[in-house]
Design a protein around this ligand. Sequence first.
Ligand SMILES: [Mn+2]
Length: 358
Amino acid sequence: MMKQERVNKILEIMAAEGIPQLLISDPAAIFYLTGKWIQSGERMLVLYLSSKGNHKLFINELFPVYDELGVDKVWFNDTQDAVAILSQYIDKGNPIGVDKNWPAHFLLRLMEQAGDSRFVNGSVLLDQIRMCKDQQERALMREASQINDLAMGQLIQLIPGGYSEQKLAQRLVAIYDELGVSCSFAPIIAYGANATDPHHEPNASTLQAGESVIIDIGCKKNDYCADMTRTVFYKYVPDAARKIYDVVFEANKRAIDKIRPGVRFCDIDAAAREHIEAAGYGKYFTHRTGHSIGLEVHEFGDVSAVNTAQVQPGMTFSIEPGIYLPGEVGVRIEDLVLVTEEGCEVLNNFEKKIMIVG
Ligand SMILES: [Mn+2]
């Protein structure tokens, strides 16, 4: 069934922004509004919302959806021109909000067929609603992170087992499986100097004493994602690495302490970044402080120097400062937070004091 409360909210915002019709193609956004995941690959899939109420779901017959979704379905097949069919339903001449990820080959053809309409990025309207999680979503976000805490604990116990990065990542998949969840993204397990690539892909490397292990993992439970990073050390912690760990830990805490409604995302980023800069490692903190998360691991709205939007209750995002000394050591500490009326709730609770394993 269409999630009527959410649909009403988006229709209100469309009216306020003067966008009477919206084309939504992102499967996560369609799930958010209809409760149904539809993955149609390269075939056109569009949920059309209109201020006139004649909402339609345009869908290829190759992806049969038998459920009653509370919205009329317009079927087409591979021998038909999907864009031409869509264009018969839209209100030509009036502005059209378009999904930011709708392939250009669809959009360009629709623009030819509805030339008098003004086309705008319509995703921002829905993205803003999706940023603030409702009570049900908040509960699901908490649950996913609690399970991720359990998985992190089990995984860290395996580190002295002599596994390569790849093998350890495979063990995580098995742990998630036993806990009844799946991966929300490909796990990052990085030993030693590999950890200086923030998006390192696990390989055959094995762990040496004194090296750090970056463990950046997330599960998905009931469609909602967790994401957490811990950095632990094998056998001992070299002094230089301990110094970096302390700086990253403090940056993580300062950013979290900063969070409350009305604070700008860029101020939260600055709370972490300024501490790392003051310690002399500014140029080794190479990425934003965090990203929004929910149905997708990376959602609209990041914790970065250029995002001047204010945080609001119900938003969920990561706080993940890191320092990466090329060829030497990498440390990242990531938590998920849920903004509350007073401040924030940290969704994952796995220990983040420096930890030595093995
Ligand atoms: Mn993350």
